[in-house]
Design a protein around this ligand. Structure first.
Ligand SMILES: [Zn+2]
Length: 303
């Protein structure tokens, strides 16, 4: 049976409800000093605001050792009534101290991913539901190839989907060549993130044709430059027949971007993005993106 692995257990995909397919309740990176998402109270308020607009599920793309606060996620899910899916995986090297990377060098990384997917994150007992990795700007460096190779191994061991941060939305063909071409991951188990940051419609269509999922996930302030291109990009993909491959998310990456701190945050997806996209592709198509598509992309026949 296919199930989405949430922080409180596996649930059938049709029980997710309206899903923010890429966001963060908690996140810390040396690249974002002073903007850490660390407050449990703020996360609780953000979830409540999302729930109040009909939100049902949040997929948190925060990987290993970036402040996931795994143990805090189950109580937040229970209190809010919002399903939460946690990630394992590894981000770009720039988000870590060298000592953290050194400790998981080599084949240990795949073992770590599998353990977090099957037994739990640290001692929390909270299991991850997918693997998050990252590419680079129009290319993949050695670190990206190492982490993606481990992610592919974790897929083969568990069936877990792999979600990829594309740097400024670029590099998707390289990611697919590696994950699907070289490493044998089926494209429908790959979710590419941040397509909105590189509104290259030709590449969007090209990668969508592989069968992978494309996440448009960026009203967070840091990505302002391309926010206004999103409706055109989504429309082009729907018209090309790829509406069932599209996912939507908020990607709140800084404390200032939380709605409870005056930013767009998680509710913005339901408050504005949804209606903006509905104006170009229709409410029904947008509704399927945040329900059926997300359920399909993140549900797995767990092995
Ligand atoms: Zn993110």
């Amino acid at each position: 049976m296919r199930a989405v692995r949430t922080v409180v257990g596996d649930v059938p995909p049709d029980r997710l409800g309206v899903c923010d397919a890429h966001d963060h309740l908690f996140l810390s990176s040396p690249r974002l000093p002073g903007e850490e998402l660390r407050s449990v109270g703020a996360a609780r308020a953000e979830l409540a605001a999302f729930r109040a607009l009909g939100g049902g599920a949040v997929v948190q793309w925060t990987p290993y050792r970036m402040g996931r606060r795994a143990a805090d996620l189950p109580p937040l899910a229970r209190e809010s009534g919002v399903h939460i899916v946690a990630a394992t995986g590894l981000h770009q090297a720039q988000h870590y101290d060298e000592a953290i990377l050194k400790a998981v060098r080599g084949p240990r990384l795949a073992e770590l991913f599998v353990a977090e997917l099957t037994t739990g994150i640290g001692l929390s007992g909270v299991r991850a539901g997918f693997v998050k990795v990252a590419g680079g700007f129009h290319a993949l460096d050695r670190h990206a190839r190492w982490t993606m190779t481990a992610a592919a191994e974790a897929y083969h061991a568990t069936g877990a989907p792999i979600a990829v941060h594309l740097e400024l939305g670029t590099g998707a063909p390289d990611v697919l060549d590696l994950l699907c071409g070289e490493l044998g991951v089926p494209p429908e188990r790959v979710v590419l993130g941040h397509l909105n940051r590189a509104p290259d419609l030709l590449t969007h269509r090209h990668v969508a044709a592989s069968g992978c999922y494309l996440a448009f996930d960026g009203p967070s302030r840091a990505h302002h430059a391309t926010d206004w291109r999103m409706p055109d990009a989504v429309l082009a993909l729907v018209e090309a027949g790829f509406g069932d491959r599209l996912l939507l998310g908020g990607d709140t990456t800084t404390a200032g971007a939380r709605s409870v701190n005056g930013g767009p945050g998680m509710p913005y997806l339901l408050r504005r993005v949804r209606e903006r996209l509905a104006a170009v592709v229709g409410a029904e198509a947008v509704g399927r993106m945040v329900t059926e598509n997300a359920g399909r992309a993140f549900s797995v026949e767990w092995r």
